[in-house]
Design a protein around this ligand. Structure first.
Ligand code: MGD
Ligand code: MGD
Ligand code: MO
Length: 578
């Protein structure tokens, strides 16, 4: 909940007095967040309500398998198509989402940035750039125009694996649309060039004059239930509540006043999630760690290394509601209530703050996260008290966020109940909230959106003779994340990890559906049954990450701007298991 995210940020900076805090959204939407902030001056997953999708003429999904990862949202795509709109899916696998599309492009993993440059090239060549919009609402176009001159379609085909005719088909759809949307998800974002990839797709939306127009523009399909609110209120290594930056003196002064502490006592920026884990137990790194609600042993890249770092700590405390693989390593486990047993707000992918009310009593004697934070703060001799009442914490969060970009000052539990959610920014009680951003101006100092000239670098670990295949990872419908919660639910199908392989590749290896194969990368190996499917590229294999194992293979290369690990591509080889 927002209340926990806020209290955790305050707890780290005030009760523990440490700069070393980060959150799992670093591995989720951080590349999109970084790109949106640079291009638009603010990061709100969607700058419009999700239902606006229904009125778009063209919706381009770059690396999203919405039909399996956000099933309730898929109806908006269907309604869009029922009204005559077209859906484009860009994914190396032909997913159930692609089944609902009019055009499907299957690039090689990591090919999305080159594709966007190819689209921009054809927009320029065909004279399809919205010059008036570019002149009045943006800056930086000239450098993009010059840079994309070198990305002619045949070159894009060589790099991305998408045929020239398919690239042209995408451009034809886009230039024929009055209302076009580009939506990215983890497939495009979880790369060492993820933030540049998102910037390039934002360039496409800007060149077409879309952001700020009705049912048009760019958005990020935020992942977790509270992936949006979780990144707004100070859990991030470099941020304070309301999206304030921790190295901004005015932001520090404001938040310190709300917290009742001296601004000089607040630490500065900490390490990003993977860098923090990598530093554990080293001479310069922390020797004790508190984990709230993350199953790192399964979800972190280069997971064997991360497990070693955790084991080198003097003290590991895990606060969770199940005995996850990470909790099993801990010196102390603090069990907490789960979602239905507590009240709190969450901010959905549209920037709408919603209230999740307690639905059932907590088991006797089990504390909530807010109780645990408050209890620890007291025992640590915190100079200030931590409330355990969610509504009280939310009111304080509102004051701390006041004047920031994600301004919640005008939102109350009462209003959320009455209005069915309130969109931020909502700076005062009389303000109606802001369902749509950017109609008149962007959140940059001059009100204009920024183009960014970026270039394709390719995966940090290219394929070679020893590791000739692309390994990519992601999700299946019936499991959630590290599986800590869903693998315990008997009603959900759980066949364990598997390796998706194209029939051509299977034939070359001499393996049939169900046989065991071993996937090997420079970091480790995993043996699992093969699933032979025609829906994947023949140069790519896919393994879901819900089971312990595949992240031992995944590369820990980080995006230089967002510090996002490269979950979506590394070089691998495949053999029939003996
Ligand atoms: N069932 C289920 N739903 C979930 C979750 C879950 O674990 N299970 N997790 C939630 C969370 S936290 C998140 S972040 C979202 C994630 O939602 P999505 O982003 O939709 O999920 P992923 O499966 O990680 O990746 C989407 C697609 O990216 C494709 N892909 C892989 N590499 C590339 C590439 O280089 N380029 C492109 N264009 N595509 C690529 C994969 O084939 C995959 O189909 O889902 C949320 N919903
Ligand atoms: N290879 C690969 N790795 C990935 C990804 C990928 O696509 N490929 N995706 C990345 C993404 S997008 C994400 S979001 C991360 C997710 O990574 P994690 O956040 O580590 O995964 P979860 O399984 O959601 O772990 C959440 C834990 O919190 C516990 N929990 C649930 N509710 C509460 C609560 O209210 N309080 C407390 N204290 N605990 C609670 C759950 O029981 C569970 O153990 O994984 C990342 N890792
Ligand atoms: Mo996520």
């Amino acid at each position: 909940t927002n209340e926990k995210a806020y209290q955790l940020g305050k707890f780290a900076r005030v009760a523990l007095g440490t700069s070393q805090i980060d959150y799992n959204g670093r591995w989720c939407m951080s590349s999109a967040a970084s790109a949106s902030t640079r291009a638009f001056g603010v990061d709100r997953g969607l700058p419009f309500p999700l239902a606006d999708v229904e009125h778009a003429d063209v919706v381009v999904l770059v690396g999203s398998n919405l039909a399996e990862t956000m099933p309730p949202a898929a109806r908006h795509l269907d309604r869009c198509r029922d009204a005559g709109g077209r859906v484009v899916v860009i994914d190396p696998r032909h997913t159930p989402t692609a089944d609902r599309a009019d055009l499907v492009l299957q690039p090689v993993p990591g090919g999305d940035l080159a594709l966007a440059l190819g689209v921009l090239h054809l927009l320029v060549a065909g004279g399809h750039v919205d010059e008036e919009y570019v002149a009045t609402r943006t800056t930086g176009w000239e450098s993009v125009r010059d840079a994309v001159a070198a990305w002619w379609p045949e070159r894009v085909e060589r790099v991305s694996g998408v045929a020239v005719a398919e690239l042209r088909a995408l451009v034809d759809l886009l230039v024929g649309a009055e209302r076009a949307m580009v939506l990215t998800a983890r497939g495009a974002e979880q790369h060492a060039q993820g933030s540049d990839t998102v910037l390039a797709w934002i360039d496409v939306a800007l060149a077409l004059g879309m952001p700020g127009r009705p049912s048009s523009g760019y958005g990020c399909l935020t992942g977790q239930g509270n992936g949006q609110g979780g990144r707004e209120h100070g859990q991030k290594a470099d941020q304070l509540p309301g999206y304030r930056m921790i190295d901004d003196p005015a932001a520090r002064a404001h938040v310190a006043r709300v917290w009742g502490v001296d601004a000089d006592s607040l630490p500065g920026k900490g390490r990003s999630a993977y860098e923090l884990l990598d530093a554990l137990g080293t001479p310069a790194g922390p020797r004790a760690m508190l984990v709230h609600g993350s199953n790192i042993v399964v979800s972190a890249p280069r997971a064997s290394h991360v497990q070693q770092r955790l084991e080198s700590l003097d003290l590991l405390v895990v606060c969770d509601l199940v005995m996850s693989e990470t909790a099993a390593l801990a010196d102390v486990v603090l069990p907490v209530t789960q979602w239905s047993e507590e009240t709190g707000t969450m901010t959905n992918l549209e920037g709408r703050v919603v209230l999740r009310e307690q639905a059932r009593p907590a088991p006797e004697g089990v504390r909530s996260d807010l109780d645990v934070i408050a209890g620890l703060a007291e025992r640590l001799g915190s100079p200030i008290d931590f409330s355990t009442d969610p509504e009280e914490v939310f009111a304080e969060l509102g004051r701390a966020s006041s004047g920031g970009k994600a301004d919640y000052a005008g939102i109350t539990y009462g209003r959320i109940r009455e209005e069915g959610g309130v969109f931020w920014p909502c700076p005062d009680p009389a303000h109606p909230g802001t369902p749509r951003l950017f109609a008149d101006s962007f959140a940059t100092p001059d009100g204009r959106a920024r183009f960014h000239a970026v270039d394709h670098r390719g995966p940090a670990e290219p394929v070679d003779d020893d590791y000739p295949l692309h390994l990519t990872t992601g999700r299946v419908l019936a499991q959630y994340q590290s599986g800590a919660q869903t693998r315990r639910i008997a009603a959900l199908p759980d066949d364990g990890a598997f390796v998706e392989v194209h029939p051509l590749l299977a034939a070359r290896l001499g393996v049939a559906d169900g046989m065991a194969v071993t996937v090997t990368t420079r970091r480790g190996a995993l043996t699992a049954p093969v699933r032979v499917v025609t829906t994947i590229r023949s140069d790519t294999v896919f393994v879901p990450f819900h089971w312990l194992g595949v992240n031992r293979l995944v590369n820990d290369a980080l995006d230089p701007a967002s510090r996002m690990p490269e979950f979506k591509v590394c070089a691998a080889r495949l053999e029939a298991a003996s």
